[in-house]
Write a protein that binds this ligand. Structure first.
Ligand SMILES: NC(=O)c1ccc[n+]([C@@H]2O[C@H](COP(=O)([O-])OP(=O)(O)OC[C@H]3O[C@@H](n4cnc5c(N)ncnc54)[C@H](O)[C@@H]3O)[C@@H](O)[C@H]2O)c1
Ligand SMILES: [Zn+2]
Ligand SMILES: [Zn+2]
Length: 367
């Protein structure tokens, strides 16, 4: 079928809205009419990084309405409202333990720009177009996705805003609630207050952390962090020695740290702010080749842990409904971070996000 998609055509080039052809769903595939899709920093990393050869349709925070399902699909039916998340196999040892974010076939199912059998679901003027990004490629009017990718969204909630639950929000909130599992009364440092860092702040409030310090250069993001439950904010342009600024608040160093910047100098500074047995979770994407931060002898002496985190260790079928309940109770007001743009303004929206004019962009499909 003909659909509209924002095609990434190469590093440094704007997305192009094109008519492309999408395959009919195979027996395990679900056709979703996308109503909204969030822009995550990871989309931009893949657009610029060339990991998937262009042309490719990115987008991995889509939400929409199921239009058609393949013969083997039982989890959802046409008409169901769903948020889409990352893809996992559901059968490997990791998935069996509810550890879907570390599925043994995670790279193959999410990052190669095609189905695992090598076929692509999209074509443009006869040329195959990269697809299956996070098992959805939802910068498009329609997406082909899979049972493990979809979670139902109740009828009374604004479906178009719920795609980001499937990546940025579950990564930030889950990073603190599941991966670090910060205890009530603990101290936490969060570096970077974009959508992921601010979701971590909301997660910290839910967990009952006593001290939540957010480091972020944009004043509006620091202000929102305070409203979401941060107890302290630091402007890195003013406090250039991060470890000293944190120790001025928590002299012994923090119990937990969570990085969303991926900036090597920030990662190194965070190691100096960790207290005894401090655990440092990292989700921000660093430049290729960045070493694990810190000094091994310090790590040993103070019993530190440095931990890579994917998607907040989420098991989406369990954690997304939990996050929806927190949203209903007013504990996860993620919609306050969102600015919506029409889909065809994808490039303008990304520029606005880049300049700090808005925090989280959600593109709404043009009617
Ligand atoms: N590991 C995962 O599963 C996963 C999932 C989602 C996103 N990510 C990655 O997480 C990161 C955060 O995502 P996002 O959408 O919030 O990105 P973002 O770019 O919106 O947020 C990063 C924030 O860091 C701030 N920042 C920049 N330099 C800083 C400094 N020196 N000190 C403190 N703050 C600084 C920026 O102003 C920005 O607000 C990205 O790298 C993204 O690719 C990883
Ligand atoms: Zn698996
Ligand atoms: Zn993402």
């Amino acid at each position: 079928m003909d659909i509209q998609a924002a095609v990434a055509t190469g590093s440094g080039k704007a997305f192009e809205i094109r008519t492309v052809q999408l395959d009919e769903p195979r027996e395990d595939e679900i056709l979703v009419r996308v109503v909204g899709v969030g822009v995550c920093h990871t989309d931009l990393v893949f657009k610029e990084g060339g990991v998937i050869a262009p042309p490719v349709v990115l987008g991995h925070e889509g939400s929409g309405i199921v239009e058609k399902v393949g013969a083997k699909v039982t989890k959802v039916a046409p008409g169901d409202r769903v948020a889409m998340t990352f893809r996992s196999c559901g059968t490997c040892a990791r998935c069996d333990r509810g550890d879907a974010a570390y599925c043994q076939t995670m790279p193959l199912l999410n990052y190669i720009g095609m189905r695992p059998d090598g076929t692509k679901t999209l074509k443009c003027e006869g040329e195959a177009v990269g697809s299956n990004f996070f098992g959805q490629s939802s910068f498009a009017s329609h997406a082909l996705t899979y049972e493990r990718n979809v979670v139902k969204v109740p009828d009374d909630l604004p479906l178009e805003l719920f795609g980001p639950l499937g990546c940025g929000i579950q990564t930030g909130a889950g990073g603190v609630m599941r991966s670090l599992a910060c205890e009530a009364g603990s101290t936490l440092l969060i570096t970077g207050g974009g959508p992921v860092g601010l979701s971590a702040v909301m997660g910290a409030k839910i967990r009952g952390c006593a001290t939540v310090i957010l480091v972020e250069p944009h004043a509006a993001r620091r202000a929102l962090a305070l409203e979401f439950g941060a107890t302290h904010v630091i402007d890195p342009a003013v406090d250039k020695d991060l470890a000293a600024a944190v120790r001025a608040i928590v002299p012994i160093g923090v119990d937990y740290a969570f990085d969303t910047t991926g900036v090597p100098a920030v990662l190194t500074a965070v190691m100096g702010a960790l207290g005894p047995k401090g655990v440092f979770g990292i989700v921000g994407i660093s430049p290729p080749g960045t070493p694990v931060p810190g000094d091994l002898n310090n790590l040993m002496t103070f019993g530190h842990t440095v931990k890579g985190i994917i998607e907040g260790d989420s098991d989406p079928d369990v954690f997304l409904p939990e996050l929806i309940e927190h949203y209903r109770r007013g504990e996860l007001p993620f919609d306050r971070m969102i600015t919506t743009f029409p889909f065809h303004q994808i490039n303008e929206a990304i520029a606005a996000q880049h300049h700090g004019d808005c925090i989280k962009v959600v593109l709404l499909m043009d009617a």
